[in-house]
Design a protein around this ligand. Structure first.
Ligand code: C2E
Ligand code: MG
Ligand code: MG
Ligand code: MG
Length: 282
């Protein structure tokens, strides 16, 4: 970077860097304690089937309730947890919790769990998944694992055989944030995903903008042609939902249906179903 323009500027820069490093260390220390103290909680966001017009599953999204920091969003601590290896413990907890919650839901309601790259490389993921299912008494077919493209991109050789093992055991595999990586299309040929979740950035403008809609439509058709279930994330309006319903989109997720909610609210969300049916009729 630029030459230092004087002692003062450099000191400020250094102090700022130090403060950042210190803040990270503090966060890391808190994160370690959080694993021991189980300060995590899962919220669940509905996956809504457009042709059946009902909720068909929930995605588990981890929340960290820190005693003084308050609720720390996953995008603020998952990357750090990945760097320091804590994501293995967190991920194991998430899997167990999600399976134990889902066993109380109706049998046709699935649970989707996000899995980090590190869980593929630094832990026995199939073993952890099997243990979580068995402990909860949940059938494998009700669990869906979501992996982002970047996970695959970084660890293809290690991740693919593990994905095959999981798939053989009846666990469904979804590619998350589809379209955000740069070599998405080749991955679709290398692994038979059950589902792609089109990233929420592609929803922006589909109602107003022809080009945005054309891109969305093309991705949906691609997923459909390859025999995968297609989910669109980040659906926030009735207009977006109506438009997607007219396409080969199987499933939507987003604030229009519901934001992620605590586990205790799942029965309430499931009972809200008739309201969406009325929406369709009207
Ligand atoms: P993701 O798996 O793609 O999850 C969807 C994210 O979009 C969630 O953010 C959700 O709250 C948000 N979202 C849902 N509907 C809408 C909408 O209509 N509009 C907008 N703008 N956003 C919407 P969240 O809960 O903050 O999670 C962020 C990311 O953190 C997740 O993205 C996932 O990659 C990661 N994550 C969450 N929980 C876990 C976990 O248990 N393990 C791992 N490894 N990663 C997790
Ligand atoms: Mg996800
Ligand atoms: Mg996503
Ligand atoms: Mg389809």
């Amino acid at each position: 970077h630029a030459k230092s323009s004087g002692g003062k500027g450099e000191r400020f820069f250094t102090a700022d860097m130090e403060a950042q490093i210190e803040a990270r260390h503090a966060l890391e220390a808190d994160l370690r304690k959080a694993v021991e103290r189980e300060e995590f909680e899962l919220h669940y966001q509905p996956l809504y089937d457009l042709s059946q017009q009902r909720i068909c599953g929930f995605e588990a999204l981890v929340r960290w309730n820190h005693p003084t920091r308050g609720r720390v969003p996953p995008l603020e601590f998952i990357p750090l947890a990945e760097e320091v290896g804590l994501v293995v413990d967190i991920g194991r907890w998430v899997l167990r919790r999600a399976c134990r919650d889902a066993v109380y839901w109706p049998e046709d309601i699935k649970v989707a769990v996000n899995v980090s790259a590190i869980q593929f490389t630094d832990s026995d993921l199939p073993g952890d998944v099997a243990a979580a299912l068995e402990e909860a008494g949940l059938t494998a077919g009700r669990l869906e694992i979501e992996i982002t493209e970047s996970v695959l991109m970084e660890n293809l050789d290690e991740a693919l055989p593990i994905l095959h093992v999981l798939k053989q055991r009846g666990i469904r595999i979804g590619m998350d944030d589809f379209g955000t990586g740069y070599s998405s299309l080749s991955y679709l040929r290398r692994f038979p995903f059950d589902k792609i979740k089109i990233d929420k950035s592609f929803v922006n403008g589909i109602v107003e903008d022809k080009e945005a809609f054309a891109i969305m439509r093309a991705i949906i058709l691609l997923g459909d042609a390859l025999g995968m279930r297609v989910t669109v994330e980040g659906v926030e309006t009735a207009e977006q939902m109506a438009l997607l319903r007219s396409e080969a989109c199987d499933e939507i997720q987003g604030y229009h249906i519901s934001p992620p909610r605590p586990a205790v609210e799942v029965p309430y969300l499931l009972s809200q179903l008739p309201e969406h049916e009325r929406f369709k009729a009207g």
